[in-house]
Design a protein around this ligand. Sequence first.
Ligand code: HEC
Length: 482
Amino acid sequence: MGVFGWLALAMIGAGATPNFNKDIAPILYSNCSTCHRPGEVAPFPLLTYQDASKRASLIAGAVAGRFMPPWKAEPGFGDFAGARRLTDEQIALIQDWAKAGAPEGDGAKPEPPKFTDGWQGGEPDEVLTVPMKYSLAADEPDQYRCIVLPTGLDHDVYVDGIEFRPGNRRIVHHALVFLDASGTAKKLAAASPDGSYPCFGGPGFPAAGLIGGWAPGFTPPERNPAYSLPIRKDMDVVVQIHYHPSGKPEQDQSSLGLAFSGPPTEGRTSILVFDHHLDIPAGDSQYVAKASLTLPRDVQLAGITPHAHYLCKDMKITATLPDGSTKPLIWIKDWDFNWQNAYRYRTPLDLPKGTRIDMVYTYDNSANNPHNPVNPPVRVYWGEETKDEMALAFLTVLLPRDDIPQLRRDVGRQYVDQFLSQVQTLRDLPYEMLSPDAADRLTKVFKSFDRNGDGTLDDNERAAMLTFVHTLEARREQKSNQ
Ligand code: HEC
């Protein structure tokens, strides 16, 4: 074969130069345009050849670094529904296209996708709308606001569809929906001039449930009446909205759609794994928080929601089964508070009784962490404020309905053990995770075991307290079994 033959072969081997119409548009339309279109959170649209070609190298860089599309879960660590991830081939195509000068191609112009701006999960039975317009200035810092949505319910209901619909997608970055049975949210909102109160790490009350969430690109899970959720008439629905300024003054009035159904026939609940005992030294770039929980019975794990604030950089959660084998549950290598997500497994994972869930989170509290909200860094504890940290994960588990109370009791006992075995001062008690009653009881127990009244428990005092609490629990258990 002559030299031209070899050249021709090499060119075939390298493939034809990718072009927009044939190769790139389909990738952008199915992976980018949900967010990159007018009125959405992304800073520019990616719908036409012009949109994409003038940003070809920016796009090539963003996908090569897997910064876009935003999806934090590592592949191979949990198989999640709706995972947003380009294949290596798609990334290579985009690189080649950008390098070749972003050609349009002479094939037919592709049709951009159509999006519904209405309810994604179908028309709801009831729409709760935020009672006021929230105003965000052009350049103020990000805001985390909690707003109470009056339900106006005169009887208890069950819902199997909950869909948050942002009013202004240019500024709503994400939202979480909580239930409040304590009346606290209503009081906090009433005390604030615009009816919303600031809330960053949590809603500011011990939530009776986290029932929904939204982030750009989110599609609501399919309705399933078997797993409906109760909303009691005396509860308030509270939305926590993260607002990110758009560069212009904006207003938002979001709403929440509810689809009613009968009571659930299957059991679903969420349990927490957390390390409440955070004490992150200023400047420490490798602080590790660890926590474990042993499942007291067989469950299926349907979803997982890891949570921390700005200092966290790496989160890994695994399950070790009683036979010693391990299942990876999730791994996030570059945690970003702004892209937190409730991850749903494509197929729920079977986790037998005795499975140990291990959580390992790593934090960077150095000045080199660009997300560090305090500079120079300071010592950081657990808390709900921006400057505080958290280390927790919600696990959504499926099990027979009748077994939920026992599961919650067993898991609750592990929490009490966990924090009582670590507690040194009263500030270590996780008040925001306890009912006021439980918090009161624990405070009293703490004080009575702090024999010298110096506000801290030494190892002996702590051991005595644990023995006391265990005896109490055993006695209560005996009574309830009689
Ligand atoms: C879930 C919503 C969402 C999806 C899906 C998405 N983006 Fe983005 N994109 C954003 C947001 C929001 C920003 C602004 C930066 C930020 O907030 O992280 C952004 C920023 C960008 C930037 C600018 C980066 C920079 O350095 O300024 C590029 C380029 C980009 N996206 C390309 C893409 C491409 C290509 C895809 C698909 C392969 C995609 N995006 C998918 C939401 C999205």
